[in-house]
Write a protein that binds this ligand. Structure first.
Ligand code: DP6
Length: 363
């Protein structure tokens, strides 16, 4: 993260702010929510490095209360669908950023990864936008002046756009959702967990294996909603709580076997919840199962500690300590890419978190 300490002054009337913010991969999954974007259970993720959204926000003072979103472009082209979603989001955070109505805005955004690649783009996109809005607030009003409040506010606002985005404002391991064992945790914003991480689990690789890039049959929003009538939801929310507490201990102790057990159990639980929701639906593909089997066999045969996890889709994330990079990459090329059309995968890793990059333009 970069310090963002600009004082109000010439930037009060007009300016441009850019942030680059990464996607994240959940180890303990957020699946199910209550009104107001309150998660049904705590979740823990790793913030990634190279799967990022770059967003620039240009603002200029208008007449009081007459400001509007004038333009939104994505990947160099104006996009009416996204503009509508962003417009709605800006309305929903009007109370958090009361000055917004006095400014005209232009937003340009782009992803470092293909939009359809199956990477959760809402986490990087909504966190980048929330960081831009919070920087704008600092420029026009001088607050929040403390970095801690700055990132907390950005996380709160990112959550309003997409729950998982709340976690992307911090690097490393991040917890979102109230967990009594972590007194500073909250449902309204995420908190970083990096003070007590064993060296063996600090730097992690994430190989994203693109098994299928077609649009999902059931969106995440629909999936969250279906949890309300899922017969197992209460048990699941308790399980996520205990897995979160356990994972925090495991991260501190460097217990890689437990790390793998929890990560894989969470991924399979997420997909079993889908199979039990409504009429039941399956987002995994045959290639997803082939990869899961091979990952487990590879681990058994070589002892290399690589764990699979899944988002709400068919693509597999292979998480491993970077010290095992060479053997993991060899294994991916030899055994896994045959299940990824065109041999496509993304070589990502845990990263340093979002970066303010005002000198950079977003195409
Ligand atoms: C399976 O954050 O995309 O990736 O809050 O409706 O935008 P909304 O949902 P979203 O859900 C992510 C679900 C998940 C698990 C996770 O990231 O924790």
């Amino acid at each position: 993260m970069e310090k963002n300490k600009k004082q109000p002054g010439s930037d009060r009337d007009a300016g441009t702010i850019c942030w680059r913010s990464p996607s994240n991969i959940a180890l303990v999954k957020y699946w199910g929510k209550r009104k107001g974007q309150i998660p049904a259970n705590p979740s823990i993720s790793i913030t990634l490095n190279s799967s990022v959204t770059r967003t620039c926000l240009k603002y200029a003072r208008s007449l009081p209360g007459r400001g509007a979103l004038k333009r939104f472009s994505f990947g160099g082209a104006e996009n009416a669908g996204f503009a509508q979603r962003v417009g709605k989001y800006l309305d929903s955070v009007g109370d958090l950023y009361p000055f917004l109505g006095d400014y005209d805005l232009e937003i340009t955004s782009s992803n470092s990864f293909p939009h359809s690649s199956g990477i959760a783009s809402s986490a990087s996109a909504m966190s980048a936008l929330a960081l831009c809005l919070t920087s704008m607030e600092r420029n026009v009003s001088g607050s929040p002046s403390e970095d801690e409040s700055f990132y907390r506010k950005a996380s709160y606002a990112a959550r309003m756009g997409s729950g998982s985005a709340s976690r992307s404002v911090y690097p490393g391991y991040v917890l979102w959702g109230r967990l009594p064992a972590v007194t500073w945790s909250a449902d309204e914003f995420a908190v970083p967990l990096n003070d007590n991480i064993h060296d063996d689990l600090r730097e992690m690789g994430d190989a994203i294996l693109l098994v299928d890039e077609s649009p999902k049959k059931v969106s995440s929003s629909r999936g969250h909603a279906l949890m309300e009538d899922n017969p197992w939801s209460r048990v699941r929310y308790e399980q996520a709580g205990s897995n979160s507490v356990r994972l925090i201990d495991v991260l501190a102790a460097g217990d890689i076997d437990e790390f793998i057990r929890i990560t894989e159990q969470e991924a399979l639980t997420l997909h079993s919840l889908m199979m039990n929701s409504g009429g039941g639906y399956i987002l995994m593909k045959p290639g997803t199962l082939e990869i899961i089997e091979r990952v487990r066999r590879f681990r058994e045969e070589t002892g290399v500690p690589a764990a699979f996890t899944l988002d709400a889709g068919p693509n597999v994330h292979l998480i491993y300590p970077v010290s095992f990079r060479e053997s993991v990459i060899g294994f991916i090329k030899e055994e896994l890419l045959q299940f990824c059309p065109g041999g496509k995968w993304i070589d990502d890793a845990s990263g340093k978190g979002p970066l303010q990059a005002d000198d950079e333009t977003s195409k």
